[in-house]
Write a protein that binds this ligand. Sequence first.
Ligand code: SF4
Length: 351
Amino acid sequence: MSIRPNPPERSLTELSRQGLRDLLLSWGEPRYRADQLYRWLFQRGVRDVEQMTDLSKSLRRHLRENEYTIGRVTLEKVRESIDGTRKLQFRLADGAAIESVLIPMPGGLFTQCLSSQVGCAMDCQFCYTGTLGLSRHLTSGEMIDQVVRAADGLPPGSRIDHIVYMGMGEPLHNFDAVVASLGVICDPDGCGYSHKRVTISTSGLVPQIDKLGRVAPVNLAISLNASNDEVRNQIMPVNKRWNIDALIEAVRRYPLPPRRKLTFEYVLLGGVNDTDDDARRLVKLLVGLPARINIIPWNPFEGTRFLRPADERVRSFQRILLDRGLTATVRVTKGLDIDAACGQLGERPSA
Ligand code: SF4
């Protein structure tokens, strides 16, 4: 499959803070003007230059005349689940569709699950997004725009507390744009999330895990989903390139900031990876790591061969991990009725 290139467009939200400074300096504007513009774009989420009241009239006119747009992501639809989960459906400037999910937490807080690609190339067998293949990478601005525009889909009095790159796509496959997006999302003058409130989830791209550790002190989540290579090869083709041993070694090298834990996601597939022996092997793999295991009973979608495990099987699997001293939680399924649960994102043909 050929990957479509990102559409060319002059959007201000594609520029880093330095990029905005360079642009405005080239127009003869002082550096503080770029910082004002930056805060309007990312801290306040303003989309209309006319509302940027501390910018000079001539600068506002210049921005309009040079046809700079603000963002290339339009919030098209918000679907709300009976459990309070909100699925945000975005339309991109080239017509592609992506989704982002707001997961409710106690105290009026939400975790936002971001997409990093249109579709995904990783082909994990249990994931609906994987069946779509990869159309294209998202730009950094398209990722940031999901965060900025999510405020439009929030109930009054609530706020987003945590960002997870766990929506459509493999974020480390789109490494440079993801790192560029972190530069704005984690900037106090940008979206203002500290690195400890941001998590990148990966299916296991080993060289990029090493690279990420060198450039951004964010939390790391590993989508593990098997306790041996035989099963992981079958359900996650990436394992044929970097097997479990290589992945665990990379995770051990990851420079985790003090007092933080690595997250291991384990999608439990009935009859595939959910036996007590799997749980015991998982204990052996993760022993000595500051690990939190997130057990995710598989969420069904049409046309797959997998089964959701019985509740008793899920409890037995978890009990073995807990008895060996590991931190293991079972993720409460949220957003199932609106196809917003883990592994279900992506436009349906009939949507
Ligand atoms: S689980 Fe993640 S990496 Fe795997 S196919 Fe789905 S979106 Fe891609």
